[in-house]
Design a protein around this ligand. Sequence first.
Ligand code: HH2
Length: 339
Amino acid sequence: MEYFRPIAMTDPARPAGAFALAGGWCWFDRVELLSRAAQGRVIPAAQVPAPVLHRLTAPRPAFAGLTLDRPRLMGILNVTPDSFSDGGRFLAPEAALAQAQAMAAGAEIIDVGGESTRPGAAEVPVEEEIARTAPVIRALRDGGLSAPISIDTRKAPVAEAALAAGATIVNDVSAFDFDPALGPLVARSEAPVVLMHAQGVPATMQDNPLYGDVLLDVYDALAQRLARAEALGIDRTRIVLDPGIGFGKTQAHNLALIRGLSLFHGLGCAILLGTSRKRFIGAIGRAEAPETRAPGSIATALAGVAQGVQVLRVHDVAETRQALRLWQALNTDHLEDEA
Ligand code: HH2
């Protein structure tokens, strides 16, 4: 099988005939042709088969009401005692509300999670996860937050309670692998959904992750998850795909995925990137404490934006928004209007 990775550019000197990547702010006129059998080689984009070229170039429809013609930020709100970087800080609804309101100044989506999925984390019982998340989501809505809220969960009852409390999007790090009831719930509720790739479960996923070719293996796995979701009746316009940085991946795997991100546009869906404060940022950036990892996180976020990634999941919303504004001013022509 052959895979086509667009070589994404943002230089204003865009040649005539270059294609827009996913209808967005990057363009490409060459692709790297990849396969498991041979070394990659660069070919003109015009030689890409028409159906692939269509998936690579078609503008993505709005996601939860947000147009995807510009990068969007998803601000992280973990209402857990043990998340690796913000555990315990936003457990009380008042603290969660204050944090969400602060993040809403720069983030278009607020991602609420009640179960840490950091490497080695234990599973949280359903009742406990619901008790952590649903009241907070209700408090955010009662407090006037109008931004889309995503519920970061692998479990159908948690998602159901969250949607009833005012959440709009389901964000499943297991892409429906963990709870077979979650896919049908998403299909029924018509909620937009993020499907993330993970190898293994959090308790053991970092023990010895192995891939033949990590970029192509994750691509194939996401294609399979996408096909399964579509078979359940979930339209691909409602699906955002995520390579799952740090979920059953070594540092080398994470770097290969970030370098190759533009490949995933070939799946025909919008792409989400979640690198924020993760362990490899601390290791490469020499930042031991997670809350000191904003600069390295932003470097990887901008690497994603330079490859047309539409949604960035971040802890440091204000800092990332500032970086994004500068990046947009330098690289694109629609900047001031963030609506
Ligand atoms: N990463 C984490 C949790 N949820 N969801 C998506 N779609 N993509 C990600 O990369 C992702 C995610 C892990 O980060 P965090 O929420 O900060 O930590 P914890 O799992 O310890 O709560």
